[in-house]
Design a protein around this ligand. Structure first.
Ligand code: ATP
Length: 327
């Protein structure tokens, strides 16, 4: 269990983390989601005692990291995979870590096999690919068999196979009852990996909630309709609480009416339907609703919306009705 209370970090005029209060529970993957520069790495560094909070505190199992007796046995972390002494072999890198933390030598072989580096254990890590470097970093995090694991942007730069491997590993570690906290700015990846979300924007915690709840509270589903008589159908569907949006490929998005209702309207008027599909909102849509236009935010455009003034959870797109509303 990780608990942050009023956690704050300022660098001069920059407030990297602003009164963050959240908890990371065991037994599930918690995604730490936020755009570049939102404060994810700084938060993780404070959890690991690498940065001292300006105010507030963060504890692991009720204690500050620096006061843990055998930290590597309690918390494993992958912060920067390039931070490895490249002249050492993978085996020696892990052995040094093991020795300095009173971890038995056999555990080095175990974690090397676990991450699939057994066959290159005696090779110098400076010759490793990015994916192999990530695996070595993860092996180091797992070395002390810790109950709490943290990964900062673990899939950055990995190929699809590497991404799938990391996703599967994280879910397995969580199923074993561990606390797994993983940061990312990649929505599609988070949607597949995490069950719980802590969302951060410009240093502030914007949400601490289940994945499904987060999406449900910040975005609405719509129905995608295709018909050779779309103009007529659209006229019949228009009304209070409904929002109709044409798609570039000729389909129509309908907010505020369930698929069954749209199908009935079409049948009643003898209109042909070529497609009628309920589309669930994505994590990305929900995130963008919460934080404002993330694309602008990413690019650091002056005057980009302030995530602090975010749309409150439970709101729906302007003009859209709540699911099931309307006749
Ligand atoms: N050592 C530092 N000195 C000054 N400013 C810093 C320092 N570390 C971080 N910052 C600033 O704090 C803010 C948060 O940075 P942080 O790296 O924690 O964000 P992040 O969410 O991890 O972003 P990314 O996805 O780009 O890694 C940024 O504005 C960053 O420039």
């Amino acid at each position: 269990m990780i608990e942050a209370r009023g956690l704050t970090k300022r660098y001069g005029d920059t407030t990297a983390v602003d009164r963050a209060t959240f908890g990371v529970a065991p037994g599930r993957v918690t995604g730490f989601l936020g755009p570049n520069g939102a404060g994810k790495t700084t938060t993780m560094r404070m959890i690991l005692g690498l940065d001292r909070p300006t105010a507030g505190e963060v504890t692991v199992h009720g204690r500050r990291y620096r006061t843990l007796g055998a930290p590597l046995r309690e918390v494993g972390a992958l912060l920067d995979a390039r931070n490895v002494h490249g002249g050492r072999t993978a085996y020696n890198h892990l052995l040094c870590l093991a020795k300095s933390n009173a971890i038995p030598r056999r555990r080095v072989d175990e974690v090397l096999d676990l991450v699939g580096l057994g066959s290159v254990a005696k090779k110098r890590s400076k010759g490793f690919s990015l994916g192999m470097g990530q695996r070595l970093g993860i092996a180091a995090a797992l070395l002390g068999d810790p109950a709490v694991l943290m990964f900062d942007e673990p899939v950055n730069g990995l190929d699809p196979e590497g991404i799938l491997w990391i996703r599967t590993l994280m879910r397995r570690l969580a199923r074993e009852g561990r606390t797994v906290f993983v940061s990312s700015h990649l929505m599609s990846e988070m949607a597949l990996t995490a069950e719980h979300l802590v969302v951060i924007g410009r240093g502030r915690i914007l949400a601490d909630t289940g994945m499904a709840e987060f999406i449900g509270a910040n975005a609405t589903s719509h129905v995608l309709v295709r018909s050779p008589q779309l103009t007529e159908l659209a006229r019949l569907l228009a009304g209070p609480g409904r929002r109709l949006e044409p798609e570039p490929d000729g389909a129509l998005r309908v907010y505020g009416a369930p698929a069954a209702r749209i199908g009935d309207v079409a049948a009643e008027h003898g209109l042909r339907l070529h497609e009628l599909a309920t589309v669930q909102p994505s994590l990305e849509e929900a995130f963008m609703r919460l934080t404002g236009e993330t694309v602008e935010y990413h690019a650091g455009v002056p005057g980009a919306p302030d995530p602090g003034g975010a749309v409150p959870p439970g709101s729906v797109p302007p003009g859209a009705a709540a699911p099931g509303a309307g006749g």
